[in-house]
Design a protein around this ligand. Structure first.
Ligand SMILES: Nc1ncnc2c1ncn2[C@@H]1O[C@H](COP(=O)(O)OP(=O)(O)OP(=O)(O)O)[C@@H](O)[C@H]1O
Length: 273
């Protein structure tokens, strides 16, 4: 479990990025932080692995304040996936994936073996291991970024807009893949995005943020869609644009539900309860 307690971050130039933020991130689930640009999502994420230090308040992992942990050891124990993959261009894929393992003293042969395992887990062909990042597609680079984050088998995975830079089709593929991976691996995932559809697709718990990381609403996707806490939330999730609206349509075989794009999403059946 990760817990934020009254966390505030004011950058040296006086920007109040996060003000008095509290959150419990349950283990083995995906928590998505979603909000518009500048709402403080990245700052929150980076305070978990001490890439950013809070101005006040504390963040605890399983009851232990991260402030008391050695920052380097802490960072290596937490998987971190960045938007552009964050791969080192002069290293082959396999060496990118083994970086943390090698720093942790894992022998080269064992580290390479592990790299091949995790590349397989993220759905990449072993042949790609010897390529350089520039010889991969954007989607493949992102998968390598995920493989690298998983290499040391961390309990916690931080993902900062990991699919922001790929085209919509690849993005959808990577989202599906993330759901599949999570069903298999059960990591504690904290995922940052500004895309509410991505948040609802991937999140067990969704945290909608306003400026200064003020929490507009926390809940499961169902709870938020069924009862938006404010006009801000209703607008952010697109209720007023009709994005969440489903309409009934009668067909020869019964009533179906159709989304805002005119696509049939399901069949209407009577609730047995
Ligand atoms: N190193 C820094 N120095 C000063 N201000 C910063 C720094 N990093 C971020 N900020 C400011 O803090 C606020 C929150 O930034 P943050 O990157 O956490 O937001 P975000 O929600 O992740 O935004 P985005 O979606 O654009 O990445 C913004 O106003 C930003 O300009």
């Amino acid at each position: 479990m990760i817990e934020f307690r009254s966390v505030t971050k004011t950058y040296p130039d006086g920007t109040h990025a996060v003000a008095d933020f509290d959150l419990v991130v349950p283990p083995h689930r995906t928590t998505v932080l979603v909000g518009s640009s500048g709402s403080g999502k990245t700052t929150l994420l980076r305070m978990i692995n001490r890439m950013v230090e809070p101005t006040s308040g504390s963040i605890e992992i399983d009851g232990e304040p991260v402030g008391q942990r050695d920052p380097v050891a802490l960072r290596r124990s937490i998987g971190y996936v960045l938007q552009n993959g964050g791969l080192l261009p002069h290293l082959r894929v396999v060496d990118n994936v083994t970086t943390v393992l090698r720093l942790d003293g894992v022998p080269k042969a064992r580290a390479r073996e592990r790299a091949h395992e995790v590349l397989d887990v993220v759905g990449l062909d072993a042949a790609l291991a010897e390529r350089y990042p520039s010889q991969l597609s954007g989607g493949q680079q992102q998968r390598v970024g995920v493989a690298r984050a998983l290499a040391a088998d961390p309990n916690i995975l931080l993902m900062d807009e990991p699919f922001g830079a790929v085209d919509p089709i690849v993005r959808a593929e990577l989202q599906t893949e993330t759901l599949r991976l999570q069903q298999e691996l059960h990591k504690t995932v904290v995922f940052v995005t500004h895309d509410i559809d991505e948040a609802f697709l991937l999140g067990d718990q969704v945290v909608i943020l306003e400026k200064g990381a003020q929490v507009a609403q926390i809940g499961s996707p169902s709870e938020i869609i069924e009862a938006p806490a404010s006009d801000f939330v209703a607008s952010f999730i697109g209720v007023e644009r009709g994005a969440r609206a489903l309409h009934t349509k009668d067909t020869a075989r019964g009533t179906v539900l159709v989304d805002a794009n005119g696509r049939t999403q399901g069949v209407l059946v009577e609730d047995p309860s």
